[in-house]
Design a protein around this ligand. Structure first.
Ligand code: DGL
Length: 263
C-alpha cells in the first residue's frame, strides 16, 4: 500500500482542501490531522506556534510515514513552511493567500484578503502583496471570530448572520467609483461558510478559494498510486483526543475513521 498524504490544519478547515485533494487523487490514502487542542491558531504568538507545529510533526512524520504533507492552513503555512521543509525529508505543500491569482483576475483593482489576524500580520503575506499585487489596492482583513463561527456553523448547524456580516463588512471598499471585486478566502475554514458570505455581501464579488490549485500542486508532487485502491477508511487524528459527538459525525461524514488517542 502506498504511503499516505498527510493533511494538517488547526481544526476542520483543512477538510475543504481534503475534498479537492480526493477529487484530484481518488486513489491515494489520506491522514487528516486537526490540532484542535491548539485551535484557533489566529491569535497565537509566532514563536510559540512555530515551535508547537514543528514539534507536532516530530511525532506525526514517524507515526504516519507520509509521502507528502499538505499544510491546509494559511495561518500555519505563512509561518512555518520553511522550518518544516528544513526539518523533515518529505515535500510540504502550503496554503498561502491567493494574492497572485486575485491580482491577475481583478478588474477594479480593489482586492480584499480575508484571513486570521496571524495571516494578516505575517511578513509572508506582505511579501506576496509586494511581489504580485503592486498595481492593486489590497485591503487586509483579519478576523479573530470567523474560523470559530465556521466551526460553529458546521458542527452546530447554527450561526449568527449578524456576527458573520460584521466580520466581512471591512472587505467591501468603494473608492472613486470602483468597488472591491475579489475577496481572497485566506483561511481554509471560510469556504464552509461561503454561502453566508455570498448572501450577506453588500454587492457580488468573487470569493477566491485556492483549494483546487493546492490539490493540483499536491498531485504533481505525489508518488504515482499503486494498482490498489486504498483500503477502508482514511484516518483522522485530533490532537485533543476528545472529539465531540458533532465532530465525530462530521469526520465520519467525510469518510474518515477516528484514530484512537495515542500517547
Ligand atoms: N484554517 C486555518 C487557516 O487557514 C486557521 C484557523 C484558525 O486556527 O484560526 O488559516
Amino acid at each position: 500500500m502506498s504511503a499516505p498524504i498527510l493533511v494538517f490544519d488547526s481544526g476542520i478547515g483543512g477538510l475543504t482542501v481534503l475534498r479537492e485533494l480526493r477529487t484530484h487523487m481518488p486513489d491515494r490514502r489520506f491522514v487528516y490531522v486537526a490540532d484542535d487542542a491548539g485551535f484557533p491558531y489566529g491569535d497565537w504568538q509566532e514563536d510559540e506556534l512555530r515551535e508547537r507545529i514543528v514539534s507536532l510533526f516530530r511525532d506525526l512524520v514517524p507515526r504516519y510515514a507520509p509521502q507528502l504533507a499538505v499544510i491546509a492552513c494559511n495561518t500555519a503555512s505563512t509561518l512555518v513552511l520553511e522550518d518544516l521543509r528544513a526539518a523533515f525529508d518529505i515535500p510540504f505543500v502550503g496554503t498561502v493567500p491567493a494574492i497572485k491569482p486575485a491580482a491577475e483576475r481583478t478588474r477594479s483593482g480593489l482586492i480584499s484578503v480575508l484571513a486570521t489576524p496571524g495571516t494578516v500580520r505575517r511578513d509572508y503575506t506582505r511579501d506576496l502583496i509586494g511581489r504580485f499585487a503592486g498595481n492593486c489596492t489590497v485591503r487586509l482583513v483579519g478576523s479573530s471570530e470567523l474560523a470559530r463561527l465556521a466551526e460553529q456553523s458546521i458542527l452546530d448547524g447554527d450561526v449568527s448572520s449578524d456576527a458573520i456580516a460584521a466580520e466581512i463588512a471591512p472587505c467591501f471598499v468603494e473608492e472613486r467609483g470602483r468597488r472591491t471585486d475579489i475577496v481572497v478566502l485566506a483561511c481554509t475554514h471560510y469556504p464552509f461558510i461561503a454561502n453566508h458570505f455570498r448572501q450577506l455581501a453588500p454587492w457580488p464579488v468573487d470569493w477566491l478559494d485556492p483549494a483546487e490549485a493546492i490539490a493540483r500542486r499536491a498531485r504533481s508532487l505525489s508518488e504515482t498510486a499503486g494498482e490498489d485502491l486504498p483500503e477502508g477508511f482514511d484516518e483522522a487524528y485530533m490532537t485533543s483526543g476528545q472529539a465531540s459527538y458533532a465532530m465525530r459525525r462530521l469526520i465520519r461524514g467525510f469518510g474518515l475513521g477516528l484514530a484512537p488517542r495515542q500517547g
